[in-house]
Design a binder for this molecule. Structure first.
Ligand code: ASP
Length: 589
């Protein structure tokens, strides 16, 4: 028997027992007369001790030969510790070792396998098996596993069936680039890896499965960021004979269930906001509503007073940062620089402080007198000690930039506590988005999203301008400013779906070639249906107060899309290339 207990199990009630433990050596502290070994497994750490006076020379030699991360088995007596450690559950006891076996030696690890490691990102990715031994990552993966389990429990309880859909498919247009896989048996042809099981889950509704879910890998060939991976996991769901309201309540229920069962947090009913309102008040379709700092539109109020920058702007919008009037000139300059970085792209920042006596001082005092600044103060309900920050320019751009500034100020003022959870439904997204440059419509959610029922006629018969005003039964679930889920009520009618493809620039032939199967299915009795997908990795991260989803994926890829451990992607040999009818051009590697 390798072990009678785990390294996280023993406590005072076990004193007097002879036990056997197996695990990894975290650290050996050799005090001469006494040797201490911290033995670790995924359940915890137990202190082993060897007393020089009581142990055989062989045993002492073995203990002194141990290095970090050796795998050992130790048998001994559980005794009460003299100096207790109240930070760990096993801190009241230790094990006096009488037998010690080295099960496997280990090279010195390239970084320390402790709570806060000293390893850099790439090194930790290369030796992921060592990184994964660390307690934070183990906690994260255990959390993830529980979250998946609770998801399955909740959905199964609501009558959902888990169905697997294929990974080798034809491309699904979710707006990203596809990963493709060459087909050996069909020369010159390619599969695509699914960006989501969207069309398959809709087909399952046509097939009468009524309530489907799947915890599923999705693949998108996009540029990577901390919260993006080329392969990621969704909780993907679809329901038949439902309205938007049924979906919102089912998945609000799921979210509450997950918070309750994994974090013991009771979430209140989720507030709802229209897309237009979110853009107007927060400049974002995924507002972080842990704090207010809502936008105030000042355009009318500030124009015509001789300040050309405001006069020439389509929009002048501001926020009020509570208690930030103490910001120094230097801090404000630095904030302006931050806004001017290409990532944000603002041209300048106007500010107004409300001083302790209630007087206002602004960076544009030359153009606005005390009365006018007072009007600003009122518009923001600003109080002494507050700082009003104003941006101007094109409406959309200004909203976006101010949205970023709002988040930045929220962070700087400590208003974004990761332990506070503020869910929000954002509803009524536009159906289509007009792209000026490409001179075409894009689907705001995806091409299968239905317009609002009352607008179907307009969509079928309206003109170009009408299309810009179409709204969809499309919804996002936002948590602390992160989009964790999104979905829509779908089109289930061939004619309407064909019209949508047409608006999106597909010729009838292209639509048929790419989506003939779905259009065909719609002719054989498609029920009204809709669904949603949660970004599972993101949900894990936000619930745990992390920014990066990498800490919740066992084997993630780095920013270049590489798996540093297995060293992928990699070249394949010429035989394989030939078999796949792929040629590398001369001169290419
Ligand atoms: N397939 C969609 C997505 O991946 C979700 C949905 O509409 O259900 O965003």
């Amino acid at each position: 028997m390798y072990r009678t207990h785990t390294c996280g199990q023993l406590n005072l009630s076990d004193a007097g027992k002879t036990v056997t433990l197996s695990g990894w050596v975290q650290v050996v502290r050799d005090k001469g007369f006494m040797i201490y070994i911290d033995l670790r497994d995924r359940y915890g750490i137990t202190q082993l001790i060897l007393d020089e006076k009581l142990s055989s020379p062989e045993l002492l030699t073995a203990a002194r030969s141990l290095g970090r991360e050796f795998v050992i088995q130790a048998t001994g007596l559980v005794v009460e510790r003299e100096s207790k450690n109240d930070k760990i559950p096993t801190g009241e006891i230790e094990v006096q070792v009488s037998v010690l076996d080295i099960l496997n030696a280990a090279k010195t690890p390239p970084f320390t396998v402790v709570e806060d490691t000293d390893g850099g990102d790439d090194l930790r990715m290369k030796y992921r098996y060592l990184d994964l031994r660390r307690a934070p990552l183990q906690r994260n993966l255990i959390f993830r596993s529980n979250l998946a389990l609770e998801t399955r429990k909740y959905l199964a309880d609501k009558g959902f069936i888990e169905v697997e859909t294929p990974n080798l498919i034809k491309s699904t247009p979710e707006g990203a680039r596809d990963f493709v896989v060459p087909s050996r048996m069909n020369e010159g042809q390619f599969y695509a890896l699914p960006q989501s099981p969207q069309t398959f889950k809709q087909i399952l509704m046509v097939a009468g499965y009524d309530r489907y879910f799947q915890i599923v890998k999705c693949f998108r060939d996009e540029d990577l960021r901390a919260d993006r991976q080329p392969e990621f996991t969704q909780i993907d769901c679809e329901m038949s004979f439902v309205h938007q309201e049924d979906i919102l309540s089912t998945f609000e229920g799921l979210t509450k269930h997950l918070f309750k069962t994994t974090l013991n947090i009771d979430l209140q009913d989720f507030p709802r906001m229209q897309y237009d309102e979110a853009m107007r008040l927060y400049g974002s379709d995924k507002p972080d509503i842990r704090f207010g700092m809502e936008f105030v539109e000042m355009t009318e109020m500030v124009q015509g007073k001789g300040f050309p920058v405001f006069d020439n702007a389509e929009a002048v919008i501001g926020i009020c940062a509570k208690g930030a009037a103490s910001y120094t000139r230097k801090q404000l300059d630095e904030l302006t620089e931050w806004l001017r970085r290409p990532q944000i792209g603002a041209t300048g920042l106007v500010y107004m402080r409300v001083e302790a006596d209630g007087n206002c001082k602004s960076s544009v005092d030359k153009f606005y007198d005390a009365n006018e600044l007072n009007a600003w103060k009122e518009a923001f309900a600003a109080e002494p000690g507050d700082l009003v920050l104003v941006l101007c320019g094109g409406l959309e751009k200004t909203r976006k930039q101010l949205g970023e500034l709002r988040l930045e100020m929220g962070s700087r003022l400590g208003l974004r506590d990761p332990k506070v959870f503020a869910p929000l439904w954002v509803l009524d997204f536009p159906l289509l988005e007009w792209d000026e440059e490409a001179e075409r419509f894009f689907a705001m959610h995806h091409p299968f999203t239905s317009p609002k029922k009352e607008q179907i006629g307009e969509m079928l018969n309206g003109n170009h301008e009408t299309m810009k005003n179409l709204r969809a039964d499309a919804y996002d679930l936002v948590l602390n400013g992160v989009e964790i889920g999104g979905g829509s009520i779908r089109i289930h009618d061939r004619e309407l779906q064909s019209k949508n493809f047409k608006l999106l620039g597909f010729t009838p032939e292209q639509a048929e070639e790419q989506f003939g199967f779905l259009l065909g299915a719609f002719e054989y009795g498609a029920p009204p249906h809709g669904g949603i997908a949660f970004g599972f990795d993101r949900l894990c991260a936000v619930m745990s107060g992390y920014n990066s989803i990498r800490d919740f994926i066992a084997f993630p890829k780095n920013n270049q899309g590489r798996d540093m451990m297995i060293d992928a992607p990699s070249a394949i040999d010429s035989e394989q290339l030939k078999e796949l009818s792929l040629q590398i051009k001369p001169g290419d590697k």
